[in-house]
Ligand binder design. Structure first.
Ligand SMILES: C[S@@+](CC[C@H](N)C(=O)[O-])C[C@H]1O[C@@H](n2cnc3c(N)ncnc32)[C@H](O)[C@@H]1O
Length: 344
């Protein structure tokens, strides 16, 4: 019988292995190794040839991925079982995790900043994150938008859908690289869209993508700190933004000020328990991790509140909306998130 100390040491070693497996899977995502494997079983040499990587690295990586249970190994060939293929190789699918892995790679690159921030409390500036962090964020959310936003979320908030159908002016605040707008613009051809983001490289990427998608006539992007004020709009969207914002009350007040009287604010947020330690489920640990690696830290770097990934609880959101002058907050529970439909 192993002692409790040995058992815990082995658990920690296993956790360290899982962490490394996720980083190695991230490298696989970046180099197209999973999509190459999804084309059919491959020996290490086949994979090396399909992807132009070095065969020695192909072999070692496949051993690691087999040990992690991400690929199967049979008769000298490695393959992605269908569920793993869906998660690791189906870009834009509802359970695709390649974006999460890329985001993790990007955020890990800020480790020296994070160590320093633990001591100073001063956070990590947005500029410290490499493109992998931002592109990973975009890919992380894209599958949700493409598979759930129009078909599952909007039917639960009919007034919001009505504004989109009626050709309203829609602002996506904290739009990142614009993926939610692109999904909505295709589904609601009468509406006009503007995306605001405080991080200029996101806005540049979004503008480029709008042009590539032929949507530039109805979709615009602008670099702007939304807390400092916003132009008029009929529908305000914040998708995964308020808990990251440096000044959530100023952001909510700016939205309230800008919304037309019949308008709505739709906020998509992380589902959070009032008692932080009561958060549970498969996403809990990775969310605490991303809170330190990004959400809390990027807000603190702006002298902000640093709510953190789990910091915007229902009671805090209601308090925020009341303080900003909104009259009503309706909450819809999703599996791992919530939608707030807020009335001026
Ligand atoms: C977690 S990301 C979500 C991006 C996008 N909504 C999505 O779902 O992919 C949060 C975004 O909010 C932006 N943001 C945070 N505070 C902001 C503010 N005050 N004004 C404008 N954008 C802000 C950040 O730059 C970042 O791109």
């Amino acid at each position: 019988m192993a002692s409790p100390e040995v058992k815990f040491a082995l658990r920690l070693a296993s956790d360290a292995g899982r962490g490394v497996a996720a980083l190695l899977a991230g490298i696989g995502d970046r180099l197209g190794l999973f999509s190459a494997l999804a084309k059919g079983p491959a020996s290490p040499e086949d994979l090396a040839q399909r992807t132009s990587i070095h065969p020695r690295y192909a072999r070692e990586w496949l051993h690691a991925m087999a040990a992690a249970g991400y690929v199967d190994h049979r008769d000298g060939k490695y393959e992605l079982p269908p569920p793993q293929a869906e998660v690791l190789a189906h870009e834009g699918g509802g359970v695709f995790m390649g974006g999460t892995l890329q985001m993790l790679l990007g955020m890990i690159a800020t480790m020296p900043w994070l160590r320093e921030a633990f001591v100073t409390g001063k956070g990590i500036p947005a500029d410290a994150y490499p493109p992998d962090a931002w592109e990973g964020m975009e890919r992380d959310m894209a599958g949700l938008y493409e598979t759930q936003l129009v078909s599952e979320w909007l039917p639960r908030v009919p007034a919001v859908r009505g504004l989109l159908q009626g050709g309203g002016l829609v602002a996506d605040i904290g739009c990142g690289r614009g993926r939610a707008i692109f999904t909505l613009a295709k589904a609601f051809p009468n509406a006009r869209f503007v995306g605001y983001d405080v991080h200029p490289p996101n806005v540049e990427a979004a503008q480029r993508k709008a042009a590539e998608a032929g949507l530039s006539d109805r979709v615009h992007f602008e670099a702007r700190d939304a807390s400092a004020g916003l132009p008029r709009m009929d529908l305000a969207l914040t998708f995964d933004v308020v808990h990251d914002a440096a000044r959530p009350l100023e952001l909510a007040s700016a939205i309230h000020e800008a919304l037309s009287p019949h308008g709505r604010w739709l906020a998509f947020e992380v589902r959070s328990e009032e008692d932080p330690d009561a958060n549970s489920g498969p996403l809990t640990l990775v969310r605490w991790g991303f809170s330190l690696l990004y959400c809390m830290s990027v807000s603190l770097a702006q002298g902000g509140e640093g709510l953190g990934t789990f910091g915007l609880t229902e009671s805090r959101m209601r308090h925020l909306c009341t303080a900003a002058g909104f009259s009503d907050v309706h909450m819809e529970l999703l599996s791992f998130h919530v939608l707030y439909e807020v009335r001026p």
